[in-house]
Design a protein around this ligand. Structure first.
Ligand SMILES: NC(=O)C1=CN([C@@H]2O[C@H](COP(=O)(O)OP(=O)(O)OC[C@H]3O[C@@H](n4cnc5c(N)ncnc54)[C@H](O)[C@@H]3O)[C@@H](O)[C@H]2O)C=CC1
Ligand SMILES: O=C(O)CCC(=O)C(=O)O
Length: 527
């Protein structure tokens, strides 16, 4: 009988459902990483909310035993090391929709609390002060709400804001004009949103592109007295900059459900005027918790008992027969998609996937889904093998698959081409020895590179000294280079360089590399 560990506070109906399905359950909360490492090998599944961290060490210990699946009762999987889970063959599932309404309602509640200073008015009234004139509020009706991130939660917020007779402007590079029209929102660039919004609410995942999206510079561009709501992730708003902006009055009030460091038992922001805080309560309603707990228990028991895969972030729905043939190609497809996706900064219009040689004769549907997941993962927390095609369609991203069974330079090849509003970029890869993914072409330049967890991607002018300068900067930063791959279009022309590092490059070293005169672009990538 399979056995799962519920390591966070989930609705008791999850444990009941597991047992009804014939899955043994232990419910133990508050385990340290050490405790989890010691126990994990005894379980086939681990169910978590956000408190438990499924780190690389925990996953490795689990996989050495019988761990096969980690289920997140919620959306964000920042507490799960998904690449490590993938490396150990552990499926990671989330429940992308179950708490979206509840979280959107929390954002709306925060907006009201700010507009009418409810927490401060409550404290004052209960202290017997009756300070009626001190708590003059603002009306929401007729105000402009700026929504940053218009996915599941952001679009529910837009809907509710219309009910309040607000005007809604949204910034989301992946929001298609048709979808914006359906939602009744005006799609704008970030600068315009900052300039126009009376209230800003954030509903994006925390990624390299969104980290610090509201910093001092952004806040300075806002209307004086703007109100800010963050029920998405800590780190989207720079807390020290917010403190200064609240103190100067540039920001009139902020309501935060999430913090740079959680649990936020101490925070420099605490005590700042016009600040309202809740302890990551966005998803905390009985309804949402029951939805996500039941959903995660259902998905995990289905997988453990029948092999059926739903809402997996790192695995497609596969039959056992397909899995045997496609296994090695899945990693290649994911890596190619992820490589291209991490380098994409502007709206995606099309993804073209070409299969050549041996792979063209296989069932390529799961491979295309794996490419889509890789491409969309840097922008969408909720993407998984199942919903990736739908999410691409909703964003008007055209996906095309072409197969050439003819011979190519390699016995088998997958090429992924991304067309964005500004450019077309392609990357191709093959399998060495039938199982090892290798990149063999980037932007029409031949290379031969293996992707590790931490990579640095450079484009540069092919002039002498680049390798030496980059090597020196990395050495001075104490960075060990694992592999170094070069390619160029022609002597003296465009060149690329892919460097595998033993750890993430520190920001100062990255800035130094970017400042080298020969370097056109330098991007850290994670796989
Ligand atoms: N406070 C809480 O308890 C909860 C927080 N969350 C968090 O809320 C966030 C949003 O969740 P969902 O709406 O379900 O996710 P989603 O994946 O459906 O939507 C995210 C949206 O952000 C957009 N986006 C991505 N990068 C962007 C960028 N650089 N600029 C502007 N837009 C960008 C995407 O195109 C997408 O439409 C996630 O971080 C999630 O973890 C979710 C549930 C509960
Ligand atoms: O489970 C929770 O309370 C947090 C929910 C959340 O942040 C998410 O689903 O991304």
């Amino acid at each position: 009988m399979p056995k799962v560990l519920i390591a966070d506070k989930l609705s008791p109906r999850a444990a009941k459902l597991f047992e009804e399905r014939g899955v043994e359950v232990d419910v133990v909360h508050g385990l340290s990483e050490e405790d989890l490492v010691a126990r994990m090998g005894d379980y086939d599944g681990l169910a978590v909310r956000s408190a438990t961290k499924a780190t690389a060490a925990v996953l490795e210990a689990g996989a050495r035993g019988r761990l096969r699946v980690v289920g997140r009762a919620g959306i964000g999987v920042d507490n799960i090391d998904v690449p490590a889970a993938t490396a150990h063959g552990v499926v990671v599932m989330n429940t992308p929709y179950g708490n979206a309404v509840t979280t959107a309602e929390h954002a709306i509640a925060m907006m009201f609390a700010l507009a009418r200073q409810l927490p401060a008015a409550d404290r004052s009234t209960q202290a017997g002060k009756w300070e009626k004139s001190k708590f003059m509020g603002v009306e929401l009706s007729g105000k402009t709400l700026g929504v940053i991130g218009c996915g599941n939660i952001g679009s529910i917020v837009c809907d509710r804001a219309h009910g309040l007779r607000m005007k809604v402007v949204a910034y989301d590079p992946f929001l298609s004009p048709d979808r914006a029209q359906d939602l009744g929102v005006e799609k704008v660039e970030l600068e315009e949103l900052l300039r126009r919004a009376d209230i800003i609410t954030l509903h994006v995942p925390l990624t390299d592109q969104t980290r610090g999206i509201l910093d001092a510079e952004a806040m300075a561009k806002c209307r004086k007295g703007v109100l800010i709501v963050n029920c998405a992730r800590g780190g989207l708003v720079v807390e020290t900059d917010l403190k200064a902006a609240l103190e100067s009055g540039q920001v009139g009030g902020a309501a935060l459900d999430v913090f740079e460091v959680e649990p936020a038992k101490e925070n420099a922001l605490f005590g700042t005027p016009n600040l309202i805080c809740t302890p990551h309560l966005g998803a905390s309603t009985a309804e949402a918790q029951e939805n996500v707990a039941l959903q995660v228990a259902e998905q995990m028991s289905d997988y453990l008992l029948t092999g059926a895969v739903t809402n997996a972030l790192n695995m497609p729905s596969l039959t056992a027969e397909d899995a045997k043939h496609l296994g090695p190609y899945m990693a290649l497809a994911d890596q190619l998609g992820s490589f291209a996706g991490q380098l994409t900064r502007t709206g995606l219009k099309a993804i073209r996937i070409e299969y050549e040689g041996h792979v063209a004769g296989l069932n390529t549907r799961p491979l295309t889904q794996a490419v889509l997941v890789g491409v969309l993962r840097p922008m969408l927390d909720s993407v998984n093998m199942v919903n990736a095609p739908v999410l691409a369609r909703q964003r008007d991203i055209a996906v095309a698959e072409t197969k050439y069974e003819r011979d190519c330079d390699y016995q088998t090849l997958i090429r992924v081409t991304l067309e964005t509003e500004k450019q077309v970029r392609s990357v191709a890869g093959t399998l060495f020895g039938g199982s090892k993914p290798r990149l063999v072409e980037i932007k029409d330049i031949q290379v031969e590179a293996q992707l590790g967890q931490h990579m640095l991607y450079l484009t540069n002018h092919d002039t002498p000294g680049v390798i030496g300068s980059v090597g020196r900067i990395l050495a001075e930063a104490g960075m060990n280079i694992a592999t170094f791959h070069l390619g160029r279009a022609e002597a003296g022309g465009d060149a690329i360089c892919l460097i595998e590092l033993d750890a993430e490059i520190p920001p100062a070293a990255l800035a130094e590399v970017r400042a080298l005169p020969q370097v056109l672009r330098a991007e850290p990538l994670r796989f």
